[in-house]
Design a binder for this molecule. Structure first.
Ligand code: HEM
Length: 218
């Protein structure tokens, strides 16, 4: 990017939405260590579909000059989510999972941008992967309090076993955002898409909150 820092732009333009996500009842329930297993399993189920879509798009665009620059193999979450689903639902989890309405909307948007304007995917990658690396740590600690800290506790998603140095990757990520070959219009589209991604996450958390208490596992 020639002029403004994309990383700074993304942070500034999503700050309010980040505050709203943090304040959702569902996220607060996790942070307070009061999430029930059924609700958490539903979050894992939704995230599985979302990350499968994002990582499918990363594979499809592995030669794309912009998208490929944000493909950090060690951040990929699909395999961890599959492990977590096997923990919560059993090894025969696949036929038991299906995307909720909010999840379908999220996945549809990821697929749409991957098809019509791949650089917009950056907005989605930033929102989830940098978020997982950042506030994810706080959520991980809370989940360990509830579900235990051994490797089988069903929260592999929040562990980054393949990230050697989390702090340095958190610093590298914004630098990589700033190095993306995007003109100002494309950068504007990326920030717009990140706002859209936050809104899709908000909807997901609100849906989870409204379903809380309807446990699918004990
Ligand atoms: C209670 C839940 C959460 C807490 C406590 C939290 C906390 C934080 C904190 C402290 C940072 C700054 C980290 C740093 O600068 O080192 C951060 C960054 C970030 N979080 Fe969250 N977060 C939460 C949930 C989320 C969720 C659900 C998302 C995505 C949907 C998200 C997306 C992000 C992103 C993209 C950043 C990077 C901001 C930037 O530097 O550009 N966070 N979060």
């Amino acid at each position: 990017m020639a002029s403004a820092s994309l990383a700074r732009l993304l942070r500034e333009r999503t700050r309010d939405l980040h505050d709203r996500v943090e304040r959702t009842g569902f996220v607060r329930t996790i942070v307070a260590g009061r999430v029930d297993a059924g609700s958490y399993a539903r979050l894992v189920e939704s995230l599985y579909f979302v990350y499968a879509a994002m990582e499918h798009a990363l594979d499809a665009h592995c030669d794309h000059p912009v998208v490929s620059m944000l493909d950090f193999d060690e951040l990929r979450r699909r395999a961890s989510l599959e492990n977590d689903l096997a923990y919560w639902l059993g090894t025969n989890w696949r036929p038991q999972v299906s995307p909720s309405p909010a999840t379908r909307a999220y996945v549809a948007r990821v697929r749409e941008v991957a098809t019509i304007e791949p650089p917009r995917l950056v907005g989605h990658l930033y929102t989830r992967y940098l978020g997982d690396l950042s506030g994810g740590e706080i959520l991980a600690r809370a989940l360990r309090r509830v579900f235990g800290s051994n490797s089988d506790c069903g929260a592999a998603f929040y562990r980054f076993d393949r990230v050697a140095d989390r702090t340095s990757l958190k610093e590298r990520y914004p630098r990589q955002l700033d190095a993306l070959p995007l003109d100002p219009t494309a950068a504007e589209h990326v920030t717009e898409e990140a706002q859209h991604a936050f809104a899709l996450n908000l909807r997901l958390f609100e849906e989870l909150e409204s379903n809380q208490g309807i446990a699918i596992v004990d």
